[in-house]
Design a protein around this ligand. Structure first.
Ligand code: BG6
Length: 502
C-alpha cells in the first residue's frame, strides 16, 4: 500500500491489509485519543495497515477543529517520540481528519455523524471508538442504533468499548444486556490493551509451538505461577476514577485475569476468535470463588504511603490531588487463585499489581518444583527451583533460570539465566493499540473479551469486592519500596517465595 504521508517508514508492512474505513472517535478531545489512538493510527498508516483513503472523524464539543488538531499534534510530539513527523507531514496526515461537534445525548449529533460518513470505494465501513467514560457507552450505542448506523448493509459497523466494562457483576451484566439489544455481539469489541501487547500474544506462540513446554505445563512440574504488573507511577491525574476503582478492578479483574486465561487454557482447536475464547472461558469457569472466611489468607490490599525515589519526595496516595485524606482505596492488590481442573489442581496462580513500586515491570513467572533432592554437597547456595519468566514489559522476552556449576574445583552451584529477548535487533515491538485497532478493522475479535468472559471474571472478583468494600483501614507500603505487608505470607508455601522483579 502506498505511503501517502511521507512519514518515514522503516517498519515492514506485515499484516492483513484493511479496507478504507470511517474511524469515528467519540471523546476525541480526550487523553486516550492523543496519547494512544492517533499515534497508533499514524504508525498503521505509515506501514500500510491503515488504508490511506480512511477518514478519522472526531466527535466532541466546545472546541474548534483547529485547536483539536493542534492538541493532537502536541500529543504525538509528547507521547510518541518515536514518530518523527514534522509540521508538513502532520498537515498532510491531518487531511484525513473530520469533526462532528455535538452532545452525545443529542440526536442531531448522530444525524450529523451519519451525514459525515463517507462512502469509500463503495462501502461505508465504520468503526466507532468509545474513548469516553463508561456512563456514555449505552447512550452512544443507542444514538447509533436510532439512526440505523448499526446497520451493516453498506459496510461493516463495529463499536469499540474501553475498560472499565462495568464496576461489578451486576453493572457488567446490565451493560452487556443494553449493548446486545442495540448491536449484535459480533459488532462489539471490548478492548483490553494488555491482550494487544505483542509479548502477551507471544505467550500463545511460545506455548503452542514449542513442544518441549507442553509436558511440563501442569501440576506435576509447576509449583505456582505469578502474574504481575508493577508500576512506578502513582495514580497521576486519575483520582476521580481510581478512588472508585482501586487496583483490584483496575488491573486484576481485566488485564491480569485475561493473561491468566492465556497461561492456563488448553490448546484451542483452531486459532479463531471463538475457539480461543471458548478455551479462555473454561479457565474462568474453573477458577475457585474465594469464600469470605478465606479472603484474609488469599488476598492482599495495601496503599502507598509517602517515600523517596531519585532524591524526589513522593506523596502518599491520600495526599494526591482529588483523593480523600481518609481513603482506604487499595493501590496494591494481590489474589491467590486456584483453578479447579485436571491440569492445574493445587497450583496457585498469584496475580498482583501495584502503583508506586520501585520498578515498572510486568511479567509471568512459571516457578517449577524443587529438585527432589540435592545430590551435591554444597557449602554455598543449594540448587534453586527453575523459573521460566515471560517479560511482558519492558525488555520483552523470556528468561529461564537454571542452576550451573560454579567454575573451580568444587561442585558449588551458581544460578544462571538464559535469556531470549523477543526482538533481538531492536525492531519495533508494535504498540498494543496498533495491534488492536488493526484487528477491529479486519474483524478479528480473538484479542477482545467476549460478554461471557467479562461477566465470569466479575463473578470471580465479586466476593473479594464485597469483603473489601466496608473496610475501615488499609495497610500501607512506602512509595518506591517492596515493603508490602502480607506479601511474604501470601507466598509462604510457594517455592522461592515472592518474586520481586528486577
Ligand atoms: C490501565 C490502567 O488499564 O493500564 C492503568 O487503568 C495502568 O492504571 C495501565 O497504569 C497500565 O498499562 P501499561 O500498558 O502501561 O502496563
Amino acid at each position: 500500500m502506498k505511503n501517502v504521508t511521507n512519514i518515514p517508514c522503516s517498519d515492514p508492512c506485515i499484516g492483513e491489509p484493511t479496507e478504507p474505513t470511517n474511524i469515528v472517535i467519540f471523546g476525541a478531545g480526550g487523553d486516550l485519543t492523543k496519547r494512544k489512538l492517533v499515534p497508533a493510527l499514524i504508525k498503521m498508516l505509515r506501514c500500510g495497515l491503515l488504508h490511506p483513503q480512511s477518514k478519522i472523524i472526531g466527535v466532541f464539543k466546545n472546541r474548534t477543529k483547529e485547536t483539536w488538531l493542534d492538541s493532537l499534534y502536541q500529543g504525538v510530539r509528547n507521547y510518541a517520540s518515536d514518530i518523527a513527523m514534522d509540521e508538513q507531514q502532520w498537515k498532510k496526515f491531518s487531511a484525513m481528519f473530520k469533526m462532528v461537534s455535538g452532545d452525545l445525548q443529542d440526536e442531531k449529533t448522530y444525524s450529523d455523524l451519519a451525514a459525515s460518513l463517507e462512502s469509500l470505494q463503495g462501502h461505508t465501513n465504520a468503526m466507532f471508538y468509545c474513548a469516553v467514560p463508561p456512563r456514555w457507552y449505552t447512550t452512544i450505542a443507542s444514538g447509533l442504533h436510532k439512526i440505523g448506523l448499526n446497520n451493516e448493509t453498506e459496510g461493516f459497523r463495529r463499536i469499540v468499548i474501553e475498560k472499565p466494562f462495568g464496576m461489578d457483576l451486576k453493572s457488567s451484566q446490565q451493560l452487556n444486556h443494553e449493548l446486545q439489544t442495540l448491536l449484535d455481539e459480533s459488532q462489539i469489541y471490548r478492548i483490553d490493551h494488555y491482550l494487544g501487547k505483542e509479548s502477551v500474544q507471544n505467550l500463545l506462540v511460545y506455548r503452542f509451538t514449542n513442544s518441549i513446554l507442553e509436558p511440563l505445563w501442569n501440576r506435576n512440574y509447576i509449583d505456582h505461577i505469578q502474574i504481575s504488573a508493577a508500576e512506578s507511577i502513582g495514580i497521576e491525574y486519575r483520582a476521580n476514577y481510581y478512588e472508585k476503582s482501586g487496583a483490584l478492578r483496575d488491573m486484576i479483574q481485566s488485564h491480569l485475569m485475561q493473561v491468566m486465561t492465556l497461561v492456563a487454557m488448553e490448546p484451542p482447536v483452531e486459532f479463531t476468535a471463538d475457539a480461543v475464547r471458548d478455551e479462555k472461558i473454561k479457565v474462568l469457569r474453573a477458577v475457585r470463588h474465594i469464600e469470605e472466611k478465606n479472603i484474609k489468607q488469599l488476598t492482599v490490599a495495601a496503599q502507598y504511603g509517602s517515600g523517596v525515589a531519585d532524591d524526589e519526595k513522593l506523596n502518599a496516595y491520600v495526599a494526591e490531588d482529588g483523593v480523600s485524606p481518609d481513603s482506604v482505596t487499595e493501590t496494591f492488590a494481590a489474589v491467590r487463585f486456584h483453578i479447579d481442573n485436571w491440569r492445574w489442581q493445587g497450583v496457585p496462580f498469584i496475580l498482583w499489581t501495584g502503583k508506586r513500586l520501585p520498578e515498572r515491570v510486568s511479567e509471568i513467572v512459571i516457578r517449577f518444583r524443587k529438585p527432589p533432592f540435592n545430590l551435591f554437597d554444597t557449602h554455598a547456595t543449594p540448587p534453586a527451583a527453575n523459573s521460566l519468566v515471560f517479560r511482558v514489559h519492558p525488555d520483552e522476552g523470556i528468561a529461564l533460570r537454571m542452576n550451573a556449576k560454579m567454575p573451580g574445583l568444587t561442585t558449588d552451584i551458581q544460578r544462571m539465566v538464559m535469556r531470549a529477548p523477543y526482538s533481538e535487533n531492536g525492531e519495533d515491538v508494535s504498540d498494543a493499540y496498533e495491534v488492536l485497532l488493526h484487528d477491529v478493522l479486519i474483524g478479528d475479535a480473538t484479542l477482545f473479551s467476549r460478554a461471557d468472559e467479562v461477566e465470569e471474571s466479575w463473578s470471580i472478583i465479586e466476593p473479594i469486592l464485597n469483603a473489601w468494600k466496608d473496610r475501615l483501614s488499609i495497610e500501607r507500603y512506602r512509595s518506591a519500596s517492596w515493603d508490602v505487608p502480607g506479601m511474604d505470607t501470601l507466598f509462604e508455601d510457594c517455592v522461592g517465595g515472592w518474586h520481586k522483579p528486577s
